[in-house]
Design a protein around this ligand. Structure first.
Ligand SMILES: Cc1ncc(COP(=O)(O)O)c(C=O)c1O
Length: 400
């Protein structure tokens, strides 16, 4: 998963380029910057890498979601369908937009179940927000087909699958827009940072204006004289992040993904020898970013026992079923309708009436899949770790 493992001379050089010009801001100061526009260059290269027409860099993956939702016109009265296994940011931003998140089950891809998606579409559904979880792909073709049938835009949360493809096409380019995170533990990192990609010029322009206080970015006017079409906020990326992004992007396929794929294959090979183990479905294994390996056992007791044995060998796996940040049933602040505001908004309206309410235990298939699954994060450098993981797997296999 982590691009930070390979921070080296390339990143240092890019950063020095920025510091030597004392230019941290992405806009304006055309004379002083001497042709150096790191964020803009990162956007251009990232769009090209994904195969999208436009890319807008922002301050985080959360910001990318928030800005994309605004640009899609999502607001109060709307519903946005996402999945019950994702990072909290996916639905926090929906609530922040004033809309209500609706959660689907996941299927054997550990991403949105298209059959459940179809059941959850209502006249209020304003966007569909599938998440390409843990380095793999959602059933994106089925999801976009259903969305097209109902005329609803798809926003792909690709925070965890940067560099992933489905049948050769970049993840994030299947729907109306895709978002990415470059936070400190992501495949490509800029410390904090994010990106929105889209082929839709009007959506790109709205996103670009919204993320920068509404600036209309008129190339013929100095920044201080630009006009505003609507209000916005500040979710801008800074030049230092753009510089890091450029260096990391140039190593994404050749170093990061290539090593992860090799490491994942070694671990998968050892797990494949255990009959009771089955693997998460990756719809296109060739386009997997290999940031995680998810495998399942027939029962949750077996999964827990297997993980206990792995932990004893110093190589415990991630058990998402008990994870506070990624699984619906553990989002107690969402289930409890807890808001920082005394009024209870966005869970309540000003009269105290519920705007939305979330019940525990309503996603039984997600619960079953997560309770039986274990996940091993894959790193770029695992020379020391792999022998220990293989030994732990061998020991854990004896518990079955
Ligand atoms: C699926 C998903 N969406 C959004 C985000 C938010 O990204 P960031 O941490 O850059 O705000 C994350 C971060 O982990 C994520 O995993």
């Amino acid at each position: 998963m982590p691009g930070f493992e390979i921070i080296g001379e390339e990143e240092k050089q890019e950063i020095l380029d920025v510091l030597s010009r004392k230019m941290l801001f992405r806009y304006e100061f055309h004379e002083q910057r001497n042709g150096i526009y790191k964020v803009e260059e990162f956007e251009r290269e990232f769009a090209g890498y994904c195969g999208a027409r436009h890319a807008l860099a922002v301050s985080s993956g959360t910001a990318a979601l928030r800005v994309a939702l605004a640009a899609l016109g999502v607001g109060p009265g709307d519903e946005v369908i996402t999945q019950g296994f994702t990072f909290v940011a996916t639905w926090e931003t929906v609530l922040d937009a004033g809309a209500v998140p609706v959660f689907t089950e996941i299927d054997d891809t550990f991403c949105m179940d298209p059959l459940d998606l179809e059941k959850k579409i209502t006249p209020r559904t304003k966007a569909i927000l599938p998440v390409h979880m843990c380095g793999g792909q959602a059933r994106i073709k089925e999801i976009t087909d259903i969305a097209a049938k109902h005329g609803i835009p798809v926003l792909e949360d690709t925070a965890q699958s940067c560099g992933g493809r489905f049948n050769g096409k970049g993840l994030g380019t299947f729907g109306k827009a895709g978002t990415f995170s470059f936070d400190a533990v992501k495949t490509l990192t800029t410390g904090e940072g994010g990106m929105i990609i889209t082929d839709d010029e009007a959506l790109y322009v709205r996103a670009s204006e919204y993320h920068d206080h509404g600036h209309d970015h008129n190339p013929n006017l100095p920044r201080g004289l630009e006009k505003r079409n609507f209000i916005g906020v500040n979710y801008r990326m800074m030049e230092l992040q753009g510089a890091l992004g450029l260096a990391q992007l140039r190593k994404l396929d050749t170093v990061i993904l290539a090593n992860q794929k090799k490491n994942k294959a070694r671990i998968k090979e050892a797990l494949s020898r255990i009959d009771k183990v089955s693997f998460r479905n990756i719809p296109d294994p060739g386009g997997d970013t290999a940031t995680f390996i998810i495998f399942s056992l027939p029962t949750s007791e077996m999964a827990k026992g297997f993980n206990r044995a792995m932990t004893e060998e110093g190589a415990g796996a991630v058990y998402w079923y008990a994870n506070y940040w990624h699984y619906y049933d553990e989002w107690e602040h969402l289930l409890g309708g807890r808001s920082v505001l005394q009024s209870g908004y966005p869970f309540k309206d000003p009269s105290g009436k519920d705007r939305c309410r979330f019940e525990k235990g309503v996603l039984p298939r997600t619960a079953d899949l997560l309770s039986r699954a274990l996940t091993i994060p894959i790193n770029i450098h695992m020379e020391q770790q792999i022998p220990q993981i293989l030994k732990a797997i061998e020991k854990a296999a004896r518990t079955l």
